[in-house]
Design a protein around this ligand. Structure first.
Ligand SMILES: *[C@@H]1O[C@H](CO)[C@@H](O)[C@H](O)[C@H]1NC(C)=O
Ligand SMILES: *[C@@H]1O[C@H](CO)[C@@H](O)[C@H](O)[C@H]1NC(C)=O
Length: 395
């Protein structure tokens, strides 16, 4: 801190604007790293699932999960429990430089499995790839966070703590903090001091954005907590017969502990698994080798209890949600659409899922792109399709 101050003073004394030393400054906004204590209580369970303590266990677990005759969902519950705690959730809040009305709209983006919040904000060619940067350019504020068990957030027990209902509750708590102004107050006080965060009004509208497992959560969130969201962008997720068809074995998982600071039950994709799940389209034009390398570099382990509990957040109907919903699907998403998202969606079915949103639901297909939308060429053009959709609906 003292060093930062000294540098700032030096810069000032040389007549250079203090902002040149502001690490939070981006091309189109300002970002702050936050460690937010989030208190949450939710239903949980002890599931009948294998233990993963080495690489052989990791592949065995995947085959065990994919075996067609294995019982899944509620039947795997051995005991119902409750989980309660205060968890450190690492987040990044960014606010745009432009001061149009969109500044009062906050997007809350939830990443999927195998990644952390950097998925939304790749450092690799940010101007072209980062959804955060694109949002700032379009005038939105945006909160990204590492889900529980991922990145710089708390890393609790993989079997009994990191489960879907608790993660949904954490998203609800973050949303409540954003709505009542606590989030922006917290950001204003967090170091380093950045003038851009000092006098921002709390957001008047919230848009929830998800990718993959983060879209499971976002879909469940608007279904269960309809009044807390004004619009949703669901990327890399659609509930069809093809969802998850490639199976857990497509991850080419190994035990996370040798390469990451993780306990029992955390698995991580090998690079081949990262390509299988996340990269698709014409290999000459859809993505570059650098994007695949980067996608492998920022991968994150996954706690297996998250998969066992995922059924809680899939397929919920939202009779009360009345905001606009855009499904943004990569054309060649392998994990979600078994390689081709075109023609497998049914607007009528989506309107039955969210009846009050009928007429405000759109499915968009991003050409020549795989599941990791942000790490493919032409991502920026896809983001614009989303921003145009939001603008059309007053967001
Ligand atoms: C757990 O709770 C669910 C929902 O309340 C119930 O249907 C199920 O029977 C319970 N399972 C056990 C093992 O107690
Ligand atoms: C890039 O994305 C936009 C928006 O989805 C699309 O209209 C355009 O055809 C894409 N370009 C290519 C070369 O795929």
């Amino acid at each position: 801190m003292a060093a930062v101050l000294t540098t700032t003073l030096l810069l000032l004394s040389h007549g250079i604007s203090a902002t040149t030393n502001d690490h939070s400054e981006r091309a189109h906004g300002f970002c702050k790293q936050l460690d937010i204590p989030v208190s949450a209580t939710s239903d949980s369970a002890i599931y009948d699932i294998p233990r993963v303590n080495n690489d052989i266990d990791a592949i065995s677990w995947a085959i065990w999960s994919d075996t067609w005759s294995r019982v899944k969902g509620p039947q795997t519950v051995v005991k119902n429990t409750t989980t309660s705690g205060t968890f450190n959730i690492h987040a990044q809040l960014c606010v745009p430089k432009a001061s149009d009305q969109k500044k009062n709209i906050l997007q809350i983006a939830t990443h999927g499995v195998h990644y952390d919040s950097r998925y939304w904000d790749p450092e690799l060619n940010r101007e072209e790839q980062s959804y955060v940067e694109a949002s700032l350019r379009a005038g939105y504020s945006i909160l990204t966070y590492d889900r529980l068990g991922v990145g710089q957030s708390d890393i609790p027990d993989a079997y009994e703590v990191v489960q879907a209902p608790l993660e949904l509750e954490i998203l609800r708590q973050l949303t409540l903090m954003a709505r009542n102004g606590d989030l922006y107050n917290f950001a204003a006080k967090a170091n380093p001091a950045t003038a851009a965060f000092d006098k921002i009004e709390k957001p008047s509208k919230l848009v929830h954005v998800g990718h993959s497992f983060g879209s499971f959560l976002t879909s469940a969130f608007i279904a269960k907590h309809s009044s807390l969201s004004d619009g949703a962008i669901i990327t890399g997720f659609l509930l069809t017969e093809y969802l998850g068809k490639p199976g857990m074995s497509s991850f080419n998982a190994e035990y996370a502990a040798p390469s990451f600071d993780r306990p029992s039950g955390y698995i991580v994709c090998q690079k081949s698994g990262i390509q299988t799940i996340f990269f698709a389209g014409d290999p000459n034009t859809a993505f570059t080798k650098e994007m695949l390398d980067y996608g492998d570099k920022i991968k994150q382990p996954v706690p297996i209890g998250e998969f066992a509990s995922a059924y809680h957040i899939i397929g919920l109907t939202g009779p009360d949600f009345a905001g606009p919903i855009q499904y943004m699907l990569p054309e060649f998403d392998f994990y979600i659409c078994y390689g081709d998202c075109k023609g497998i969606y049914d607007i009528e079915h989506l309107e039955k899922t969210y009846p009050k949103a009928a007429g405000k639901i759109e499915v968009a297909i991003q050409p020549n792109t795989g599941h990791a939308f942000t790490l493919h060429n032409n991502a920026t053009a896809g983001y614009q399709v989303t921003f145009d959709f939001l603008a059309k609906h007053g967001l």
